[in-house]
Design a protein around this ligand. Structure first.
Ligand SMILES: [Zn+2]
Length: 206
């Protein structure tokens, strides 16, 4: 296990150096060719969009919603969700960010946009615990220390769900009922990751 960890660290460092250099080179190119317009940080559409971290959403998500730079604040969590242990009273980081967007940036409408084929809808507990062990984290020790109960508790902690439509509806409900947030329209949608088609699964009553 120790040898595997050392290999992973060395290999990961090499890849990170290459990636960092690649990104810095891209940034130089970007600065040479692009001049960004100066715009305000308050979103023009008074909209906050919550979505997933899935890499397939890059360069696809905003055009699919017709959103341009400055239109909306965008919040991403794994699964576009709040994990089960964090839902009660919901004082977590997503709610904190929405509070900032609402109270400080003028957001007045929220859309939660899950997506099909989400990685969090297909988590194998054994895969998760095996990956943790390979990277030097003991799942059993963590479960005991954090009071997660068992492997299912660990999977709930990471935010796994089985039905994206149901999960979007539940996340909408958590946001709507958070004591930290005012009553605002909160919609729930699912985007097809292969086509970009949006489906409304929970429309807010205005
Ligand atoms: Zn996802």
């Amino acid at each position: 296990m120790l040898a595997l960890n050392m290999f992973l660290r060395k290999d990961t460092c090499r890849i990170m150096d290459e990636l960092l250099n690649e990104i810095l080179a891209s940034n130089e190119q970007f600065l040479r060719t692009t001049h960004l317009a100066l715009i305000d940080h308050a979103p023009r559409k008074h909209l906050a969009v919550v979505t997933c971290m899935d890499c397939r959403l890059l360069e696809m998500f905003e055009p699919a919603l017709g959103l341009k730079r400055g239109d909306a604040v965008e919040l991403r969590t794994a699964g576009a969700t709040i994990s089960q242990p964090e839902r009660e009273r919901a004082a977590n980081d997503l709610i904190r960010s929405l509070a900032g967007a609402i109270y400080l940036l003028g957001v007045r409408e929220v859309m939660v946009v899950g997506h099909t084929q989400c990685g969090l809808s297909r988590i194998e507990p054994a895969t998760l615990s095996g990956s943790m062990q390979a990277l030097g984290i003991d799942p059993d020790g963590l479960i005991e220390h954090e009071g997660l109960g068992n492997l299912d508790g660990l999977v709930r902690w990471i935010g796994a769900f089985s039905d994206i439509h149901l999960n979007v509806k539940e996340t909408v409900q958590v946001i709507r009922s958070s004591p930290y947030l005012p009553k605002l329209p909160v919609h729930g949608l699912v985007i097809d990751i292969t086509t970009g088609k949006l489906e409304v699964v929970e429309a807010a009553n205005h």
